[in-house]
Design a protein around this ligand. Structure first.
Ligand code: ZN
Length: 376
């Protein structure tokens, strides 16, 4: 059996993570020195077998494997010992070999395609998304998001006179043009780009494109529903004052990976993907299933998304990734960070149980919630 096949075989064994015999076999296989633990070189060799691009090894650098190693080496003694290997086997490997994927189709709505805020060539993404959705069973959950504004929404240019402008705003109400950015007054001054009125609740412009394939058992997420704050991300409003049901819907299905596509690449896709990363999901952005406003801001958005840990893919790569035939080191690092976070959370919980003055539980949102699906 070749080394690659070792993990490919595990991939199809849904109960592998509970199999202590296979766990011991795997540790022994890579522990060439025979001391019952992996050093960084041995771990690197294991990673070379684990991370493949449809059969071929990824060109993995030692720095990349070391960063993963450091997250999994809980006691920082430069070895993955037996206990740490058990956590790796039980929680980290399943995320890599048996990911649970969701597709998030962001704002594929008439107004963004041929309506008041049309994005160039936006219609071209509809057949691309439909082809991705043809493959039944690739996704545990399919989500459609809607920009869903009341008529008096803060982002509409024609509503600029409804609210007070903060004294720091460079643009005043009387001079404000569409696409200008103003600063509105409030508890905290709030920057806002002024868009043409779009996606008004229940209007034709707010409907999904008629040709978009709608799957059974999908979830609809509505954003930008409050008049006083805009929402580019499908998770949070722009001030992070409130959140949608999206994170909960993903956690309910124990989603690990989200594939983001839709409109517009440099606005709502960008913010949704970056928030997904911040919440501990592993975001893939399907570039040919997105369109953006300008080349310049799309380039900037791509850099920001990549820095946040997002992986850019094309629609033809999705199947291989969602089925874990292509396994990317960058995603494994995020999985390792989630494992480390869940372990820290478990320790805090233990400490607070052992002491009346225990540390406060971590409360940084859904990172913890999502990691807690690891059941440590
Ligand atoms: Zn909007």
């Amino acid at each position: 059996m070749s080394a690659e096949n070792f993990f490919d075989n595990l991939k199809n064994d849904l109960s592998f993570s509970g199999n202590r015999e296979k766990e011991a076999t795997c540790l022994k296989r890579y522990n060439k020195r025979g001391d019952g633990r992996l050093d960084q070189d041995e771990f690197h060799e294991m990673c070379l077998d684990l991370f493949v691009d449809d059969g071929k090894s990824f060109p993995l650098t030692e720095t990349e494997s070391r960063r993963i190693f450091e997250q999994l080496d809980d006691n920082q003694d430069n070895y993955i010992d037996r206990d740490e290997f058990h956590i790796l086997w039980r929680y980290w490997l399943p995320m890599i070999l048996q990911p649970k994927a969701a597709l998030i189709a962001v704002d594929v709505q008439n107004d963004f395609i041929d309506g008041s805020l049309a994005v160039a060539q936006a219609e071209e993404i509809v057949p691309v998304i439909n082809r991705i959705l043809d493959d039944e069973g690739m996704f545990e959950q399919v989500i459609y998001t809607y920009d869903w504004h009341p008529e008096n929404h803060v982002s509409f240019h024609n509503n600029v006179c409804l609210r007070n402008i903060h004294h720091t705003s460079k643009v005043q109400q009387k001079d404000a043009c569409v696409f200008d950015t103003v600063v509105f007054d409030g508890h905290v001054p709030m920057e806002q780009t002024l868009w043409p009125a779009h996606c008004v609740q229940h209007s034709h412009g707010a409907k999904l494109h008629a040709d978009l394939k709608i799957t059974k058992d999908h979830v609809d997420i509505y954003k930008g529903v409050c008049d006083h704050v805009d929402s580019y991300s499908a998770f949070f409003d722009n001030q992070r004052l409130s959140q949608t049901e999206l994170a909960v819907a993903l956690c309910d299905r124990r989603i690990t990976d989200v594939y983001v596509c839709g409109l517009a690449y440099d606005v709502c896709v960008r913010h949704t993907a970056i928030d997904a990363a911040s919440l501990g999901f592993r975001p893939f952005v399907i570039e040919d299933a997105c369109r953006g406003l300008t080349t310049e801001s799309c380039d900037k958005a791509r850099r920001e998304m990549e820095e946040a840990g997002c992986i850019m893919v094309s629609s033809t790569q999705v199947k291989s990734m969602a089925e874990a035939n292509t396994r990317v080191p960058k995603m494994a690092l995020q999985a390792a960070e989630n494992v480390a976070l869940a372990r820290r959370k478990a320790k805090v919980k233990l400490a607070s149980m052992n002491s009346d003055h225990g540390d406060k539980p971590l409360t940084n949102g859904f990172v913890v919630e999502n990691s807690s699906s690891l059941d440590m």
